[in-house]
Design a protein around this ligand. Structure first.
Ligand SMILES: [Zn+2]
Length: 434
């Protein structure tokens, strides 16, 4: 054991370690205070090991503190907490087929010809790109084979590979067929490689125990199985919620229509993913019960790319229609007082650099009428709540983990500034500084 420990220390890149005993002082240009949702100026942040020690006006930093710290001058930039994407699939790369003919064909190829080992390696490359793009935490919601997401999370935690903090669902819980209809009956067991198929309320309880035993941090369920028409019953979802909450673990539900969202909400889930075409009455119930809405939206740029690949001959009308639905959804959520957490569902092969689709979700919220402070809260403090990590990340203040990024100084007035990253610190270690 000891020999392995020493060997693993040897293999770790040296930059993964903050220098013990030496503190860091960041001089911020503008500073986004995610708790209040305002931009402030002339702020100094002192970091000790992997935690924020103090945040104060730079003029109040004492000479003694300055002498104890290594200064990082980011006074040309805007500083904010590391971004949180609450809905990722780092280990999935779905091909967009002409006429958007998904039908599970791409997933079948992944299960029979790609495999978990390749997916974990792919995920590790994508994870590094996410971190370097300023996304310091993600919630990875299944489609990672048999718990390969948890292997990636553990590898990142051990320092073997570089990536964001990961909260993982392991396998998502779904009704018969998962999201893939029409598999020949004798081959249907292949879906057990991708989903935990639930057959009754009793089995739902057992399924929660299984994925938690494998190391899941969050339970992901399919309230409906788009594009398959099967779905979990309310009794099954209630059993899942009861069991997960016994261990202090949250449940979040894929719900792509109003009925699915409503069923999940009355079953007691903590989050609704996607939430297309949710009605005001369901949003009102979500607000009352404190259910978070993870609005997995594409911005106009990404939507155009997607529909051009899926419908090369008639993409324009579809983009307009789909973006209008998204705008209405955000407006309705805000009007009804629902907390929005940023989540991208980035898993399509859009022929874009890794992590760009994730960050463009924030641009989509701007296009849907959210203010820049509202968007940044969705991607920091609200995301932390959805990840069940409210006491650790999403805020830059005393005692929180040192996850800090810097972008161009005009972020306050230009959401596109989020696309270009100048500085990334995760857990007190610097990964980008340019
Ligand atoms: Zn998803």
């Amino acid at each position: 054991m000891k020999r392995n420990f020493i060997l693993s220390l040897f293999l770790l890149p040296s930059f993964l370690f903050a220098q013990e005993g030496i503190k860091t002082l960041i001089k911020a240009g503008k500073f986004f205070n995610s708790e209040i949702g305002i931009f402030q100026s002339e702020i100094g942040i002192i970091i000790s090991n992997n935690k924020i020690e103090s945040v104060k006006f730079y003029s109040e930093v004492t000479n003694k503190e300055k002498s104890e710290c290594k200064l990082i001058d980011l006074s040309k930039y805007t500083i904010l907490p590391g971004l949180i994407d609450a809905h990722t699939h780092l280990l999935n790369n779905e091909t967009i087929l002409p006429e958007n003919k998904y039908e599970g064909l791409d997933m079948m190829k992944t299960l029979t010809m790609v495999g978990d080992a390749y997916r974990a390696i792919y995920g590790s490359v994508k994870a590094k790109a996410y971190l370097e793009a300023g996304i310091t935490s993600v919630q990875d919601l299944g489609n990672a084979g048999q718990f390969a997401d948890i292997a990636l999370r553990n590898s990142i935690n051990e320092g073997l590979v570089i990536g964001p903090r990961m909260r993982c669902a392991g396998m998502a819980l779904a009704a018969e067929g998962g999201t893939i209809p029409k598999i020949i009956y004798k081959h249907r067991a292949i879906l057990n490689e991708e989903y935990r198929i639930v057959v009754s309320p009793e089995d739902a309880t057992q399924a929660v125990r299984e994925v938690i035993t494998q190391g899941a941090d969050i339970i992901k369920i399919y309230s409906n199985n788009t594009i398959n028409i099967t779905s979990l019953s309310i009794e099954e979802m209630k059993a899942i919620v009861n069991e997960a909450h016994r261990y202090g673990i949250k449940v979040t539900a894929h719900s792509t229509n109003n009925q699915a969202a409503y069923n999940a909400v009355i079953s007691g889930v903590d989050g609704i993913e996607h939430g297309d075409q949710i009605q005001d009455s369901t949003f009102q119930l979500m607000a009352k019960k404190g259910v978070i809405f993870v609005a997995t939206h594409m911005d106009d740029f990404t939507s155009k790319k997607y529909f051009q690949l899926a419908y090369p001959d008639r993409w324009e009308g579809i983009v307009k229609f789909s973006q209008e639905i998204k705008r209405k959804s955000i407006q309705s959520a805000i009007k009804n007082g629902v907390t929005i957490a940023a989540g991208s569902d980035d898993n399509l092969n859009l022929k874009m650099p890794f992590a760009e689709a994730s960050k463009r979700t924030l641009v989509s919220y701007f296009e849907s009428g959210m203010t820049i402070p509202e968007i940044l809260k969705a991607a920091t403090i609200n995301g932390a709540r959805q990840l069940n990590w409210s006491n650790n990340i999403g805020i830059i203040k005393h005692g929180y983990l040192a996850d800090i990024i810097a972008v161009d100084n005009d972020l306050e007035n230009n959401i596109n500034a989020i696309l270009k990253i100048h500085f990334v610190m995760k857990d007190g270690n610097i990964y980008v500084n340019n």
